[in-house]
Design a protein around this ligand. Structure first.
Ligand code: BDR
Ligand code: CA
Length: 310
């Protein structure tokens, strides 16, 4: 059983990540922490509460984190996730309880208190994780690995050459990539291929279950936004692939490379610069996912929604 903290900014695909983790027998969610990203800190936090209420998992500790990146102004993504951050369906009122502490302190305290090493799974800008590592670097001793959704070697979605989560807070991302812990980068090279197709979304809508009848329309909205923005034919459920890779590492194929993050570039803010040809002589610090078994992954995802419907 892998113990994880899921740090997220829900967000349609963050929601899918929470749902997949919540039904997995191989994962114990020690807590969910939220960060500003896809929408403001208020909204991503409220969305996390709505999601936990929807799936009846008010037992999962929830803590709200950073409202803005380490040094930059926040940039949000309403063009992809809508005004609420979860446009496309009506979620329940946010009734789930939450902790009276900052996400960064929750992460630090939980990692320190754990008897087993913890896996961090960040699926938003890396502000909370970066802050935790800066504030309490000793927690590294009790972190097994960081499996994050963000970045890319060849693909991009924010500006040419960079991905949203890393673009929003490149300074925090750099802290994480260079922190010395094993990092797995589940980036756009694989997540933009990890699509729930429009046909599969229709199928999900036809199940008529309590969860699928909300998730289906949310995926429709998300797929349509991705079609409009990028011409992608389906819903790329980026963040859920990071959780899937924790459950079943074989769902992706990785290369071990040195990766740094561009924080100063004029045209390349937030680029995850990967030493594909090993020209720097620097030791690899990151397992970079470059191939994905889409059928296995989407199978896991559909099954998790079916389970939640039961
Ligand atoms: C990432 O950006 C967000 O919009 C998604 O939730 C995902 O974490 C993809 O670039
Ligand atoms: Ca996200």
């Amino acid at each position: 059983m892998t113990k994880i903290i899921l740090d997220c900014d829900p967000g349609h695909d963050d929601m899918m990540a929470i749902m997949l983790a919540s039904v997995s027998k191989d994962i114990e969610i020690l807590g969910i922490t939220t960060v500003a990203g896809n929408q403001t800190g208020d909204k991503t936090f409220e969305n996390a509460r709505r999601i936990l209420t929807l799936i009846g998992r008010e037992d999962i500790p929830l803590a709200r984190g950073a409202d803005k990146p380490l040094v930059r102004e926040l940039m949000i993504a309403p063009q992809i996730h809508g005004k609420s951050g979860l446009d496309g369906a009506e979620l329940p009122e946010p009734l789930s309880p939450y902790l009276d502490c900052h996400a960064v302190d929750f992460i630090i305290d939980t990692v320190k208190a754990s008897k087993e090493k913890i896996t961090l799974v960040p699926t938003g800008p890396l502000t909370n994780i970066g802050l935790a590592l800066i504030k309490a670097p000793e927690i590294k001793a009790n972190i097994k690995e960081i499996v994050l959704m963000g970045g890319a070697v060849y693909d991009s979605n924010m500006i040419p050459g960079s991905e949203f989560n890393i673009f929003v807070d490149p300074e925090a991302a750099r802290e994480v990539f260079l922190c010395g812990l094993p990092v797995t980068m589940i980036g756009l090279d694989v997540t933009n291929k990890s699509l729930i197709t429009f046909e599969q979304i229709e199928e999900m809508c036809s199940w008529g279950g309590r969860i699928s009848s909300i998730v289906g329309p949310l995926m429709k909205f998300f797929a349509q936004a991705n079609l409009n923005m990028f011409g992608i034919k389906g819903a790329p459920i980026h963040d859920a692939l990071a959780v899937a890779a924790v459950i079943n590492p074989d769902v992706v194929e990785c290369e071990h490379l040195f990766v740094d993050v561009e924080t100063k570039g004029e045209l390349t803010r937030g680029q995850t610069v990967a030493d594909v040809y090993k020209v720097t002589g620097k030791a690899p610090n990151c397992r970079v996912a470059l191939k994905v078994d889409v059928d296995v992954f989407i199978g896991m995802m559909m099954e998790s929604i079916r389970k939640l419907d039961e």
